[in-house]
Design a protein around this ligand. Structure first.
Ligand code: NAD
Ligand code: DAU
Length: 340
């Protein structure tokens, strides 16, 4: 089913100084010795050049710039054979407070990259989210598949949905060699402290009580970031052009269960948290059916022991307070202003 393997030599990785993009760069550096990476990252509040530390000299170069800068993108694409597009404004709560950077980066940025891919014949892999499919009821036996209709709920997910549609149109109309993947909730080291799991871990490390939105019964489908990276590599190199692949690891858990697991893992009373104002429009449940990527590409997640991955993640935040301290102050100031 899969097409002949594509063997990129130089990849532009947009958003490679963020959580998942930097993990992907580490993963490629470790597993694909012949590949050179050029990270294009604007270093917003979510980007940190330190996330690329430890990648061997010569394997990965950081270019600080904006995916909306057509001239810069064109110049980088002249010297690349593929682009893996992670760069985005990625946090739902921020999109509710101010949607405008989401439209700019997620929609216009993807358009600029697609135009450059078209002009320079660069293979394009678009990293997207399961949130484009909206949400499922808690008691719905269904999971998302590649055929599920788009029904995004938030400003964030609607801009990601728009970007996916641009990729599909540029493939069909202009023949851009593109693939898309839609993944579920990632966790692991170097995730920004605004996100659920790192926010609660760092609250406990600071002696603050964790904060749960609403009734906490919302379900998310957790995958370790290493598994997302290996799946993106499979789709980039062996996926069929024009196709979408859903990435998930059968990791459905309610928020309250995840929070209790964090507290127990950190030696705390599992009930020691506060309930705070719910997120407006809060999606109830996400769940991925990963049958297609398993069947067509033979991909399997390896980091499927959630409690072991969580314990490692807790240890990473415990050992790296200088990495998160300033970002934590800024994120908590934003949450306080929102009553969360
Ligand atoms: P992140 O917020 O941690 O990182 C985003 C990176 O993009 C940062 O380094 C930031 O500086 C950079 N960036 C933002 N705007 C830019 C611009 N205009 N030009 C260049 N760089 C810019 O995000 P993440 O959680 O690592 O998510 C990466 C991608 O994966 C996103 O596209 C997101 O939609 C998708 N995704 C995330 C998850 C998840 O659970 N976090 C799940 C599925 C899909
Ligand atoms: O599903 C993939 C998506 O997962 C990605 O596309 C997004 O980029 C990523 O941010 C993530 O979106 P969520 O909104 O699911 O993740 P977040 O970490 O913000 O929240 C996870 C759940 O936890 C969600 O139901 C809201 C809840 N929550 C979040 C925070 C920050 C809380 O209960 N308390 C909190 O303090």
């Amino acid at each position: 089913m899969a097409t002949e393997a594509f063997e990129p030599k130089t990849i532009v990785v947009t958003g490679g100084a963020g959580f998942i993009g930097s993990n992907f760069c580490h993963w490629v550096a470790e597993h694909e010795p012949g590949v050179r990476m050029v990270v294009l990252d604007k270093l917003t509040y979510a980007g940190n050049p330190g996330n690329l530390a430890g990648i061997p000299e010569g394997r990965c170069e950081l270019v600080v710039g904006d995916v909306c800068d057509a001239e810069l993108v064109g110049w980088l694409f002249e010297h690349a054979d593929a682009c893996v597009h992670f760069a985005a404004e990625s946090h739902n709560d921020n999109s509710i407070a101010d949607p405008s950077p989401f439209l700019e980066t997620n929609v216009r940025g993807t358009y600029v990259l697609l135009e450059a891919a078209r002009k320079h014949g660069v293979r394009f892999h678009h990293v997207s989210t399961d949130e484009v499919y909206g949400d499922l009821a808690l008691d719905d036996p269904a999971r998302f598949t590649e055929e599920t209709p788009y029904r995004p709920s938030s400003p964030y997910s609607s801009t990601k949905a728009a970007s996916d549609l641009l990729v599909r149109a540029w493939h069909r109309t202009y023949g851009v060699a593109a693939t898309i993947s839609n993944c579920s909730n990632n966790y692991g080291p170097r995730q920004h402290v605004e996100k659920f799991i790192p926010r609660q871990i760092t609250n406990v490390l600071r002696g603050e009580r964790p904060k749960l939105y609403g009734d906490g019964l919302n379900m998310r489908d957790w995958i370790h970031v290493d598994d997302h990276s290996s799946a993106v590599w499979e789709v980039l190199t062996r996926g069929r052009l024009g196709e979408t692949y859903l990435i998930g690891a059968d990791g459905e858990r309610s928020n309250v269960d995840v929070l209790r697991a964090v507290l127990e893992c950190m030696g705390q009373d599992p009930g020691a948290f506060d309930r705070v104002r719910d997120r407006p429009g809060h999606d109830r449940r996400y769940a991925i059916d990963p049958a297609k990527i398993r069947r067509e590409l033979g991909w399997r997640p390896e980091r499927t022991d959630f409690l072991a991955g969580l314990a490692e993640t807790v240890e990473w935040y415990r050992a790296n307070e200088p990495w998160w301290a300033a970002a934590k102050d800024a994120a908590e100031a934003r949450y306080a202003a929102q009553g969360q």
